[in-house]
Write a protein that binds this ligand. Structure first.
Ligand code: FES
Ligand code: FES
Length: 918
């Protein structure tokens, strides 16, 4: 018997490590010792998701060989649960402040915080930021995490539940919060059974190349443990998928030609050690690189290679909204400003790379993976597998962030095919590089805007033309092309308007959905131009926006008129005192300053909730079991934004019971009806409405059964329902005596809500959305004039959410969205082949996000549940233009390409100084 490579203490117990000498501790902890609370986001020391304590020190477990741990004491989150009072206080604080959204970063955050608090019980903000600086969070914007760590202590784990009928409007702790803070949440890579097979995808190293396979069978035979090699020939159904069926064009495996770097051409299936044991170059594929076009300019040049034969000029599609006579209006305007702005690819950079496993159950396939769209996945996977939809079961795991990219299928076909052909469960977790190269991005755009106004400051016309790099396949390109023209006016009355958009194919990873579907890019062009126009007219920039703000009874650019619920004016007016004070402060700071200059910038935004002029239903089911358990089948995937909690709050109040009396059954295509995809900020509004209707229907059923008034109070439990009238009269309904309805329920209800929209005509006129949400944000910052670096000081964000169902969750969305927006504005630029990891591709760290003051505005919407509007994507829309406007305010520099990296800011400062020379 040989001695183990290392004996060490793991969470109080001695364990023996006997694996490979170079194996990462993170992998050993997860795979050998079952510590799935240790997460993996990069395997490179960049994200901190794997943070553990080794002999009390905060360490990234992915950077430590497990064999080196002889005699060490290793602590992980789940191992300390219930055994560490300090950790318990931290967990309480994280729940109380809403510091965990998707929760994938939370174990690393908590362990870093624990390491700090053990030495420093009362850390300052700066010390907390320093200590947690190695852990990335893509959801929260960090501010609630900082607060939770600084104030850890004193919060009851069991926050008193909201009384029956009072959940809406209350900052209840998220109903799925505890698993996120105790490490028991299970994400895509946490659910596979032990000793499951593994799949590995072989991908193109070239932007554009022809390829053929060599001796694939010989390769499999030469690698013991490899069971199968899969190629396009092994796809039993259709080797094509896409989120918008008429445009579906992406192969599961490319056939003969790879159209982007990172495209899948084959997959190797086998024992985990076998599929990891070879280099990509060893796989027998012969590449013939071809010229590639990486920008729309190249793709539209004469003689450019065509990516898809039927799409001439590499044009995927375009969009148009037109109203009035824009050219005449601009000719007649007293002032016109024109500018061009360019944006870059932005990577979603969720901390959880795509992961999951699949298993074959007879003639059915089950896929357990992270996703934002389980029912859509089921349809796609049925087509790929050549099965009926009923033969496919999608069971979403917790999603460690999504932001739009997990709307498209990614790893699902590979694990499903692997499990189908071998008959054994198969798993796959994308590496960080694989995630970044192969999944969708935010569309880069080149946009030209002309805006005109009369001398009294009223907008007269706006012309927008945007070209969007949609990458190699359609994905959500058509949605971006259609949504942008509807939104490119911003939330203003523009009597004469034309907005055109085009989505152009290139040999880049597909551009898809990313929090805003192109609207954040358009807002950069429009809102920065508005600042210049206001200045040209000599009008205060905020007052200019208020003067032109949309309002009830005023038509939007598609001719839609809302009789109520338009809240942009209220958002802008809430900013007025902050704007005046910040401007005055900036003036004082800049007086006599040299080196750095302070600036203040504003921007507004709007966003239509749900699909553009298309059906967009959600269905919610609920029931009461004979024992009195109230069950909610809630299929809206919670990717961290809080859908589980918000939808339950709405349902609880509609039914009239306490929130904590409801049992939640989450998304699973076998047992939960289709609540639609988690996208377009639709879940609070659309699924919330379905939950409200389902709750009301169930309540009416109960009231009718007991023959009591609508106002009766309900108590459900212990096999009966007790109904109490206002006068105190009581009725009892015994549940055991009722006939059982579907799904073992004594009483049940199901409701569907589909937003009332109308088609757009060929000029883009119509009713694209039933509800818009509105926002106005203000950025305060300082720019180093010599270096071009930008230091953010504060964000003030006014958001009209109609009704804040859960104010803490609203703040969380605002802070997280602002963090992503500032990343887009200042640092994030995905360059295929160059920034395919989290040290070359920078996202905001805890030190980059300034304090955020959220001003919740509630202008109720007539369609929204209890007046609520969507929020998730709205937040990001004004952030980047507010920053760019603040940079210009500080320096005079006009940024024409984002991100506004120091070199670009510095160049713009130099150009501005040259312009101002006499
Ligand atoms: S997984 Fe270890 S730092 Fe990212
Ligand atoms: S909550 Fe931090 S990454 Fe999602």
């Amino acid at each position: 018997m040989t001695a183990p490579r290392a004996l060490f203490n793991l969470n109080g117990a001695t364990v023996a490590y006997d694996g490979a000498p170079g194996r990462r501790l993170s992998e050993a902890l997860r795979e050998d010792f079952g510590a799935r609370d240790v997460k993996i986001g990069c395997n490179a020391g960049d994200c901190g998701a794997c943070t553990v304590l080794i002999d009390g020190e905060v360490v990234c477990a992915c950077m430590v060989p497990a064999a080196r741990l002889k005699g060490a004491r290793v602590e992980t989150l789940a191992g300390l649960n219930g055994r560490d009072a300090l950790l318990e206080r931290l967990q309480r604080a994280f729940l109380h402040y809403g510091a965990a959204q998707c929760g994938i970063c939370t174990p690393g955050m908590l362990m870093s915080a624990l390491g700090l608090l053990r030495h420093n019980a009362k850390p300052s903000e700066a010390v907390v930021m320093d200590a947690l600086g190695g852990v990335l969070c893509r959801c929260t914007g960090y501010r609630k995490i900082i607060r939770a760590v600084m104030e850890a202590g004193g919060f009851a784990l069991e926050v008193p539940p909201a009384p029956a009928g009072k959940a809406v409007g209350t900052s209840v702790v998220r109903v799925d919060g505890m698993p996120k803070v105790d490490g028991s949440e299970r994400f895509g890579d946490d659910v596979a059974p032990a000793n499951c097979l593994a799949a590995r995808v072989i991908r193109s190293p070239h932007h554009h190349a022809a390829f053929s396979f060599g001796d694939v069978d010989g390769f499999a035979a030469a690698h013991p443990g490899v069971r199968r090699v899969l190629t396009a020939a092994d796809v039993p159904g259709c080797n094509c998928f896409g989120v918008i069926p008429p445009f579906a064009d992406q192969p599961v495996f490319a056939e003969g030609t790879a159209r982007f770097r990172g495209e899948a051409v084959a997959a190797v299936v086998g024992e985990a050690t076998a599929v990891e044991a070879f280099d990509d170059e060893d796989f027998p594929v012969i590449w013939t690189p071809w010229p590639a076009v990486l920008t729309p300019q190249e793709a539209e040049a004469p003689g450019a290679p065509l990516l898809h034969e039927t799409r001439s000029g590499n044009l995927l599609t375009g969009g148009l909204v037109e109203r009035g006579e824009v050219e005449q209006a601009l000719s007649a305007a007293d002032a016109v400003v024109e500018r061009e702005v360019e944006t870059s690819f932005v990577e979603h950079a969720y901390i959880e790379p795509e992961a999951g496993y699949a298993r074959r159950v007879g003639e059915r396939i089950e896929i357990h993976a992270c996703t934002q769209a389980p029912h859509m996945d089921r349809g796609d996977m049925a087509a790929i597998m050549g099965l009926e939809s009923e033969q496919v079961r999608i069971v979403p795991t917790a999603a460690g962030g999504g932001f739009g990219s997990k709307l498209d299928i990614s790893l699902q076909p590979y694990i499903a095919l692997a499990a189908w052909v071998t008959g054994e469960p198969a798993r796959l977790a994308y590496s960080r590089r694989e995630s970044m190269t192969s999944t969708t991005k935010r569309h880069p755009a080149v946009m030209r805007v002309r805006v005109g106004a009369s001398r009294d400051g009223r907008l007269t016309g706006l012309d927008f033309f945007g070209t969007f790099n949609t990458g190699a396949y359609a994905s959500w390109g058509p949605t971006v092309a259609n949504r942008v023209p509807v939104h490119a006016s911003g939330p203003y009355f523009v009597p004469h308007y034309r907005a055109r958009s085009r989505a152009i194919h290139t040999h880049c990873a597909p551009s898809g959905a990313f929090r805003g579907f192109g609207v954040p890019q358009a807002a950069i062009a429009q809102e920065t131009t508005f600042d210049e126009l206001a200045d040209r007219l000599g009008i205060d920039r905020l007052e200019f926006r208020i003067l032109n703000a949309l309002d009830n009874g005023i038509p939007t650019v598609t001719g839609q008129v809302f009789e109520s619920g338009v809240g942009i004016r209220q958002c802008l007016e809430r900013l007025r005192p902050y704007w005046r004070e910040a401007r005055e402060t900036a003036r004082k700071v800049n007086d006599g300053a040299n080196g750095a200059r302070r600036g203040v910038g504003l921007a507004a935004g709007w966003y239509g909730c749900g699909n553009t002029s298309l059906p967009n239903p959600s269905t919610i089911r609920c029931g009461i079991r004979a024992d009195g358990t109230v069950v909610l089948h809630q299929g809206a995937v919670d990717i961290g934004q809080g859908a589980n909690t918000v939808v339950m709050q709405i349902f609880a109040d509609a039914l009239g019971v306490a929130l904590d009396s409801i049992r939640l059954i989450g998304p699973d295509t076998d047992i939960t009806p289709d609540a639609g995809k988690t996208s377009a900020s639709r879940q609070t509004y659309v699924s919330g409405n379905a939950a409200r209707l389902a709750g009301e229907a169930l309540r009416q059923k109960i009231l009718r059964l007991a023959n009591v008034s609508d106002a009766a109070d309900l108590q459900i439990g212990d096999g009966e329902i007790i109904l109490t009238e206002a006068g105190g009269e009581r009725r009892h309904v015994g549940l055991g005596a009722l006939p059982i309805e579907r799904d073992d329920y004594a009483l049940s209800a199901e409701a569907t809500y589909d937003p009332p929209t109308e088609p757009l005509d060929d000029k883009g006129q119509g009713v694209p959305y039933a509800v818009f949400g509105y926002a106005a944000q203000m950025a305060e910052l300082e720019v180093d004039m010599a270096l071009g670096t930008v230091k953010l000081i504060k964000f003030t964000a006014a958001h009209d959410v109609g009704r804040a169902i859960n104010p803490v969750l609203v703040e969380g969305q605002v802070e997280g969205g602002i963090a992503q927006g500032l990343g887009m504005a200042l640092m994030e630029e995905f360059v295929p082949g160059r920034t395919e990891n989290l040290h070359d591709y920078l996202i905001p760290t805890i030190g980059d996000v300034p304090p955020v003051e959220t001003l919740i505005v509630e202008v109720p919407d007539m369609h929204g549940p209890y007046g609520a509007k969507g929020l998730g994507e709205h937040v990001l829309v004004p952030t980047a233009p507010a920053i760019l406007n603040a940079i210009r305010d500080a320096t005079g520099a006009v940024i024409s390409k984002v991100p506004a990296t120091p070199d670009r800011v510095r160049a713009a400062i130099v150009a501005a100084q040259a312009r101002s020379q006499p």
